[in-house]
Ligand binder design. Structure first.
Ligand SMILES: [Zn+2]
Length: 87
């Protein structure tokens, strides 16, 4: 049986560290008092139906970054909490 290469071992360490980061981000409440939000848009498209608007959220505690609809404060869907782990 072949021994694992250094790169294989390092990739295993990276995977384990990424799992720890994912766990920390899953357990963080991303409090609004520290969360940074920025409204963004893609406008001026020839087809105005292609224009879009969104809010980018960044949590400085766990460094998670995700996008929501700009109505996130009004829709009350978890106060703009991320719905997917990898966004
Ligand atoms: Zn967070």
């Amino acid at each position: 049986m072949l021994q694992k290469t250094i790169v294989e071992r390092l990739n295993e360490e990276i995977d384990a560290l990424q799992d720890r980061i994912n766990l920390i981000q899953a357990q963080c409440s991303h409090p609004l008092i520290v969360r940074q939000t920025e409204n963004k848009g893609d406008t001026g498209n020839w087809d105005r139906g292609q224009d879009s608007y969104w809010t980018t959220h960044v949590c400085p505690l766990c460094e998670l970054r995700w996008d929501t609809d700009q109505n996130w404060e009004r829709t009350g869907d978890g106060r703009g909490m991320p719905k997917k782990r990898d966004t």
